[in-house]
Design a protein around this ligand. Structure first.
Ligand SMILES: N[C@@H](CCC(=O)N[C@@H](CS)C(=O)NCC(=O)O)C(=O)O
Length: 220
């Protein structure tokens, strides 16, 4: 049996949860995969057993039946994308794959990474994980906001970043915008196109709406 270790509110594990949901899978109802919830408030990611499996002490982690451990969200998502569902969210052909990769990396490294830096250097819960330098916070947020302007331009007249279908780049951009809320960066205040994109994605993939969809299905 495969095991997917996640914290359902954190951006990196949410990539895997949203990827599967976008392909029509209910992660809690899969024949060959179990979800294991890791509670950050109880520091479960720091436990001895978890650390043995993933010395980086982060989620997501996907373990396969043969003992393989994938401990990075990109690797986990590449695996899940190839193994589950028909259509790839990484791109349908060689050009689309390259375009998705390019957009995903800008979203990840310019928006999400800078927001995470700002969070790690300011939030009390991260004081034990990083040596906090409060001066990093404002410039990191400013870099993230600057990159958001790039996506505002890309999304002019378009629903998704690449082609006419949702891709992994959209998932990473959405999660980056959503994470910005923790730092009081309003995802609806960065331009009309980004606001429209954020609302469309949030309708399907917000933590609340994904849980609600599950609850509704269970009571059908
Ligand atoms: N490169 C890793 C980073 C994963 C990561 O930073 N995950 C965060 C949650 S979004 C985590 O597990 N943090 C644990 C902690 O802060 O103690 C990936 O993309 O999988």
């Amino acid at each position: 049996m495969k095991k997917l270790y996640v914290t359902r509110t954190a951006p990196n594990p949410r990539k895997a949860l949203i990827l599967l949901a976008s392909k029509g899978f209910d992660v809690d109802d899969m024949d060959d995969l179990d979800v294991i919830d890791i509670d950050f408030s109880a520091n479960e990611q720091m436990s001895e057993a978890f650390t043995q499996m993933n010395p980086m002490q982060t989620v997501p982690v996907l373990t396969l039946g043969d003992g393989t451990v994938l401990n990075d969200s990109q690797a986990v998502c590449e695996y899940l994308d190839r193994v589950y569902g028909e259509r790839s969210v990484m791109g349908n052909d060689v050009i689309q794959r390259a375009q998705v990769c390019s957009m995903r990396r800008v979203a990840e490294f310019e928006v999400m990474y800078n927001l995470m830096l700002a969070f790690q250097h300011s939030h009390p819960s991260k004081a034990k994980r990083v040596e906090q330098v409060p001066e990093f916070v404002v410039p990191s947020i400013a870099r993230a906001v600057k990159a958001m302007a790039y996506f505002e331009t890309i999304l002019e007249g378009r629903e998704y970043l690449v082609s006419e279908q949702l891709s992994f780049a959209d998932i990473v951009l959405y999660l980056s915008l959503d994470f910005g809320k923790v730092l009081k960066v309003d995802p609806n205040g960065q331009g009309e196109n980004l606001a429209r994109f954020y609302q469309m994605m949030n309708e399907r993939f917000s933590i609340k709406n994904m849980a609600k969809a599950k609850y509704t299905r269970a009571n059908d």
